[in-house]
Ligand binder design. Structure first.
Ligand SMILES: [Zn+2]
Length: 98
């Protein structure tokens, strides 16, 4: 093996070890946090599902006049109100069924 190859391998090894040393505390924190969460779920301190008030409120209402003012061949999405070409099954903006 030539000197340059050995030097290259040495540098790569040192860099990989340095990267690993930097990563280890972060990985340990991630695992620790996951274990803490699991314990909180099991003891009931934390809920698995946290309700999102914005989502729970349901789709925003699209005004009938907005719907009526659309040019022919266009459809308003019942969820986000985006204007879509008629004939599509899903909204091009939010992917809700039209
Ligand atoms: Zn939409």
């Amino acid at each position: 093996m030539s000197l340059y190859v050995r030097l290259y391998l040495l540098v790569i090894t040192v860099l990989l070890l340095a990267a690993l040393m930097i990563c280890i505390p972060v990985l340990v924190d991630i695992v620790r946090e996951g274990l803490d969460r699991r314990e909180e779920w099991q003891t009931g301190e934390r809920e698995m599902y946290t309700p999102d008030p914005e989502f729970e409120a349901g789709p925003p209402a699209v005004l009938d006049e907005e719907r009526a003012n659309l040019p022919p061949g266009k459809v308003a999405c019942p969820y986000c109100g985006a204007t879509n070409e008629s004939g599509f099954a899903f909204c091009g903006h939010c992917a809700s069924p039209i």
